[in-house]
Design a protein around this ligand. Sequence first.
Ligand code: ADP
Length: 164
Amino acid sequence: MRRAVYPGSFDPITNGHLDILSRALRIFDEVIIAVARNENKSPLFTQEERAELNREAIKSLPGYERARVTSFSGLLVDYVLTQQATAIIRGLRAVSDFEFEFQLALMNRKLQADIDTIFLMPKDNYTYLSSSLIKEIARMGGNIDCFVPPCVQRALKHKIFHTA
Ligand code: ADP
């Protein structure tokens, strides 16, 4: 059983995250999407809201029954061990992601030598997509329909404009 953990803030999940997840599901038997608490990033959605949106969003992916959404806090490598996974999935959008991700991957390997980080690249039209950009566009009333799944479109409208 090849199991990987895909950690992130997912505030909120975008089509870029879903693209990475679907690639990971082609390589691994099981992928655990682990929603980080990340209070220092002042998330728009609570950890539980983000996990719930992820559960809804992944239903459109082929093989989603092999994906599981969880939440975690604390050291990622410790969490990966408790899940009996052997790999961490991260997405690389552009060279700008590389330096931080590389540092993180090497530090995680130093902390836990048996866990490897696998970098996956999204489809090119998702390379400029980020959760923070989506939130900014949504706050200004822009159209985000082709960037996030329908449940996230609704949740953002509700959160920002308090509409149904
Ligand atoms: P974090 O706070 O851990 O960076 P994010 O939710 O922003 O959490 O990102 C989680 C992972 O998903 C990161 O590896 C990030 O590079 C990747 N990611 C985010 N958006 C995209 C995207 N549009 N395409 C590919 N990977 C992405």
